[in-house]
Design a binder for this molecule. Structure first.
Ligand code: NDP
Ligand code: GDR
Length: 361
């Protein structure tokens, strides 16, 4: 039985990857941070009681900023594969917390690679690094592929650029089977609520059922290549099953603006939006003239990544990659999930409970 160790197992990709690897028959170990509240809602359905005699899914406390925890866990688990998905992954937050972002996102992978070396696991443990289309930042070429030069535009992207190159360097210097997946944006109903797609599907669903008045967004002109996280974690695994370690772009090859994403979701929810104005004055109203979408400049970034479009040609040729989920299916799945939870919240409120009381009961 193969053993995998996933950092960031409580995040969007970690949850999908853990489930995927368990279905493949792996023993899956995950690193989670200590938090004052339960932070395992995305993996509760695969959680196993540690008292089970032979558990296949095992969680460990650790942190990417803490070498000692990483070394202890890698030593204990002796993994065949490490998937480094943990990160401070929010681009805008990285402008507020640049030093912490560098610590977790740049030095975190270095610490893991060093753990492999210190423990003499260079020939045993394969390493996947969650690299990102944000590396392309101020775009030098459209579409972006493995050979496109990097131009990072945020503390997050700069930290991830260090991570990309340290992964390449440890591959070349020490022969570690280390791969970078340069993944373009991928979303799902498990996406964090402050990333733009989930913010839109959640916000519009709550507006639809009367729980929220207006959705405030930043740059509606930004364009992204959005895929489904469930499809992309399979590529993370496939990269580590190849004969030689390489870096791959994973993308759909299709691009939409944030405004188009809003529009598709609104159509699905039959909100019938009319757009007026431009720039920071741009607004969308429903058929009753009620304000639904407005711009709040606080969501503008000091340096923005305006357009990302990936060329998945290499992954198609060498990994047999074709994304299964279309943009329309992604929107449908996310809106349906958020509409369901908004309807549940509305019902709860209708019966006189607020969210806090619900948790108490
Ligand atoms: P999420 O933000 O959903 O998950 C991030 C995970 O990292 C969470 O489990 C989080 O824990 C954990 N984490 C954060 N800081 C630390 C730390 N200091 N030590 C240990 N764990 C930590 O991200 P995604 O699942 O969307 O993304 C996975 C990875 O892929 C990230 O590295 C991201 O940067 C990268 N990526 C994501 C893309 C996307 O579109 N989703 C595209 C390209 C790259 P907690 O739950 O406690 O917060
Ligand atoms: P991104 O994702 O920065 O691409 O990073 P995000 O969804 O945060 O932003 C996408 C684009 O939408 C614009 N935008 C807004 N963004 C947010 N979060 N909130 C808003 O209100 C809003 N309005 C407009 C942004 O300016 C941006 O242009 C994600 C993360 O998952 C990274 O970890 C990952 O590396 C990259 O995708 C690929």
């Amino acid at each position: 039985m193969k053993r995998a160790l996933i950092t960031g197992v409580t995040g969007q990709d970690g949850a999908y990857l853990a489930q995927f690897l368990l279905a493949k028959g792996y023993e899956v170990h995950g690193i989670k941070r200590r938090a004052s509240l339960f932070n395992t809602s995305r993996i509760d359905h695969i959680y196993e009681d540690p008292h089970n005699p032979n558990p296949h899914f095992i969680l460990h406390y650790g942190d990417l900023t803490d070498s000692s925890s990483l070394i202890h866990i890698v030593q204990k688990v002796q993994p065949d594969e490490i998937y480094n998905l943990g990160a401070q992954s929010h681009v805008q937050v990285s402008f507020e917390q640049p030093e912490y972002t560098a610590d977790a996102d740049a030095l975190g992978p270095l610490r893991l690679l060093e753990a492999i070396r210190i423990l003499g696991l260079e020939k045993k443990t394969k390493f996947y690094q969650a690299s990102t289309s944000e590396l392309y930042g101020l775009v030098q070429e459209i579409p972006q592929r493995e050979t496109t030069p990097f131009y990072p535009r945020s503390p997050y992207a700069v930290a991830k650029m260090y991570a990309f190159w340290i992964c390449v360097n440890y591959r070349e210097a020490y022969g570690i089977f280390a791969c970078n997946g340069i993944l373009f944006n991928h979303e799902s109903p498990l996406r964090g609520e402050t990333f733009v797609t989930r913010k839109i599907t959640r916000g519009l669903a709550r507006i639809k059922v009367g729980l929220q008045d207006t959705l405030y967004l930043g740059n509606l002109d930004a364009k992204r290549d959005w895929g489904h996280a469930r499809d992309y974690v399979e590529m993370q695994w496939l990269m580590l099953q190849q004969n030689k370690p390489q870096d791959f772009v994973i993308a759909t090859g299709h691009q939409y603006s944030v405004r188009e994403f809003v529009q598709r979701c609104a159509e699905r929810l039959e909100l019938d939006l009319t757009w007026k104005g431009s720039g920071v004055e741009e607004k969308a109203f429903d058929r009753n003239g009620k304000l639904v979408v407005a711009i709040d400049p606080r969501y503008f970034r000091p340096t923005e990544v305006e357009t990302l479009l990936g060329d998945p040609g290499k992954a198609q040729r060498e990994l047999g990659w074709t994304p299964r989920t279309s943009f329309e299916q992604l929107v449908e799945e996310m809106v349906a999930a958020d509409l369901k939870s908004a309807q549940r919240d509305a019902l709860v409120r209708q019966h006189g409970f607020d969210a806090y009381n619900v948790r108490e009961t």
